[in-house]
Write a protein that binds this ligand. Structure first.
Ligand code: GDP
Ligand code: MG
Length: 305
């Protein structure tokens, strides 16, 4: 498929999509990426920038990254998240601000606009929900926002019916710097949510068992099956290094794993924005050579060297 010289023409970059809750970020991402892509839990976002979706447009790969809770942080934790979120936004090639055109410039938008002044990335403004607003007031809103803070470009879209989304995608693609793609073409839609789901379950395990379990324990999402009713069946394996740890994770009568599963399912469902049926398995990852317990259970001495 690819011709010689093809690689040099490729583009790849990061877009931080920001906006108040309910501006339509998830809806727009689903349109841009063309597949159901997940949202990310707030807690996990504090530790790293998470890819929310990857759109391909011609020779460009557009990587959308998450920037949670940017506005009106009340608690200390929120403030810390905001700092990291803005860090992410500054690193992005483009910061795209999504505004609910029906709501216009409310307090939250004001706050975001103020914070955006210090961000170096190129800014684009996206007025969403144009299906609900008359054309003249859209133009007024575009002018009013740009007067407060100048944007390189302004787009008017409806994330639900797709109006203007192709144009937006074309422009974002052109704004990406030239360079090789960071993600393989075929792996883009499943990977983020699977990895995130594993991260969530791991977090739930350590919330309960941080004193009892070594950090070598890992979680892998083994399967993620979309059901016709919109839910997903998810299977995860928790790998521990010793049989004793497996018992700890299971708990008395399976109580611990049940609690972990309930908490993880809730958060994964929130992240994926769909109903989740979660099945957890605990396995001892064979680690014979350096596990004294294996020797003991077989009535053997653990070799000293
Ligand atoms: P987020 O919180 O920014 O991720 O916003 P969502 O994508 O979850 O959207 C919030 C609500 O706005 C949902 O009920 C969407 O269906 C609705 N919505 C999003 N985009 C549009 C749009 O272009 N037009 C209309 N009428 N509703 C929209
Ligand atoms: Mg959302």
């Amino acid at each position: 498929m690819s011709e010689p010289g093809h690689e040099q023409e490729r583009r790849c970059g990061f877009v931080a999509l920001i906006g108040a809750p309910n501006a339509g970020k998830s809806t727009l991402l689903n349109q841009l990426v063309g597949a159901k892509i997940s949202i990310v839990s707030r807690k996990v976002q504090t530790t790293r920038t998470l890819v929310r979706g990857i759109a391909l447009q011609g020779e460009a790969q557009i990587i959308f990254v998450d920037t949670p809770g940017i506005f009106a942080p009340r608690r200390r934790l929120d403030r810390a998240m905001v700092a990291s979120a803005w860090g992410g936004a500054s690193d992005a090639d483009v910061v795209a601000l999504l505004i609910d055109a029906r709501k216009g410039i409310d307090d939250e938008v004001q706050e975001i606009l103020r914070s955006l002044e210090g961000v170096k990335a190129r800014r684009v403004l996206i007025l969403n929900k144009i299906d609900l607003v008359a054309r003249p007031s859209l133009l007024e809103l575009a002018a009013a926002v740009n007067e407060k803070l100048a944007f390189a470009e302004t787009f008017m879209i409806s994330a639900t019916n797709g109006d203007g989304v192709v144009t937006l995608k074309d422009h974002l693609a052109a704004m990406m710097p030239t360079g090789p793609w960071l993600y393989p073409e075929d792996q883009i839609s499943e990977a983020p949510i699977r990895a995130l789901a594993a991260e969530i379950t791991r977090e739930k395990i350590f919330e309960r068992l941080h004193d009892e379990l070594p950090y070598q324990s890992t979680v892998e999402t083994e399967s993620w099956e979309e059901k016709s009713d919109g839910s997903a069946r998810v299977e995860q394996t928790i790998f521990v290094t010793r049989e004793g740890h497996r018992k700890i994770v299971l708990g008395e009568g399976g109580r611990t794993i049940k609690a972990i599963g309930t908490a993880a399912r809730r958060e994964i469902a929130e992240a994926a924005e769909q109903k989740i049926h979660l099945f957890l398995f605990v396995k001892v990852r064979e680690n014979w050579a350096d596990d004294p317990e294996h020797y003991r259970t077989m009535g053997l001495e653990f070799p000293k060297n």
